[in-house]
Write a new protein. Structure first.
Length: 301
């Protein structure tokens, strides 16, 4: 008798592929949220596996704050061309120009919060009934409350107290007109799982994740990249540091970590020894104790 064993990563991969195929089966017009960050890259890689040899049956949707790292946009465009997918861009700058949102002012100004309106407007414009994201439950306590299939009402809002049971991986995607779902195929993955999968699958990622030298400054204990988007406070000094990023988002709220890791193996070792969470350097999560949950209730990713 032949016996087969399945590894932890293979089990997570199979679960994610099952969820992605359920999305295709239950929804008419789904989009895959793509930021150019490692989690969205992994989800798109899983989607390619789920429907191979056909192309991904979802459009890739990027909500562009206008304050992205240039490396992220270069990688995004090259990746989209490589896999032959359709890219749809929702522009926060366009939302500002139309008066849909008001840009923040001051030293701590960020466009990260403004993404919510742009996302909801883009979902409405293209009539998406599902948006697939790369959020994981281990990232942040509000995200730990999410189901795989997360219902959003006609205003794009999330109610953490009114979620549908998902017993035996049976997903309920029923919705009323104007409502949509957010789906998170890698909900059960950890940061370590993501990096080990990237290593195992030899997945290409943006150079920002590897150690490099960059002009930066310290603010409230967080190392921030020096950009044209941020105004320095008195006493803040720009220095060249050897660093990398554990997450990639809007440059105004994405902190870096001092690092010499230049390979995936070294990143994995670094993550294993880390004493801070992956989002511990994200300034947008520090605005209040329930910052992420408040944003998610309003329609954030």
């Amino acid at each position: 008798m032949i016996s087969y064993s399945i590894t932890h990563l293979e089990e997570l991969e199979a679960e994610a592929i099952y969820v992605l195929r359920e999305v295709f089966a239950q929804f008419e017009n789904a989009a895959l949220l793509f930021s150019g960050g490692k989690d969205s890259i992994v989800v798109s890689h899983l989607a390619r596996k789920a429907f191979w040899p056909a192309r991904i049956p979802f459009s890739l949707l990027h909500i562009d704050t206008g304050h992205n790292f240039p490396e992220t946009l270069v990688f995004r465009d090259a990746y989209i061309k490589k896999i032959g997918a359709e890219l749809i861009i929702g522009s926060v700058q366009e939302s500002i120009d139309k008066g849909r949102v008001v840009e923040e002012k001051g030293y701590n100004a960020s466009r990260n919060v403004l993404q919510t309106v742009t996302l909801l407007d883009t979902i409405e414009k293209y009539k998406f009934d599902c948006a697939i994201g790369g959020a994981r439950r281990d990232e942040e306590k509000a995200r730990a409350k999410e189901r795989f299939f997360s219902h959003r009402d006609e205003f794009g809002q999330w109610d953490p107290k009114n979620q549908r049971p998902e017993l035996w991986n049976i997903f309920n995607g029923r919705k009323h007109h104007g409502e949509h779902f957010r789906v998170f195929p890698i909900s059960n993955w950890t940061e370590m799982d993501v990096w080990q999968y990237i290593y195992h699958e030899k997945i290409e990622i943006p150079s920002l994740y590897y150690s490099h030298q960059r002009e930066s400054f310290k603010r409230d204990g967080v190392i921030m990249a020096a950009t044209d988007f941020m105004e320095l406070k008195e006493g803040e000094e720009i220095k060249v540091r050897t660093l990398r990023f554990r997450t990639i988002g809007d440059a105004t709220c994405t902190g870096a970590t001092i690092s010499k890791a230049i390979t995936i193996e070294e990143i994995i070792q670094e993550v294993a020894a880390a004493r801070t969470t992956e989002r511990g350097t994200r300034a947008d999560d520090k605005r209040s104790e329930a910052a992420m949950e408040d944003r998610k209730k309003e329609g954030y990713f």
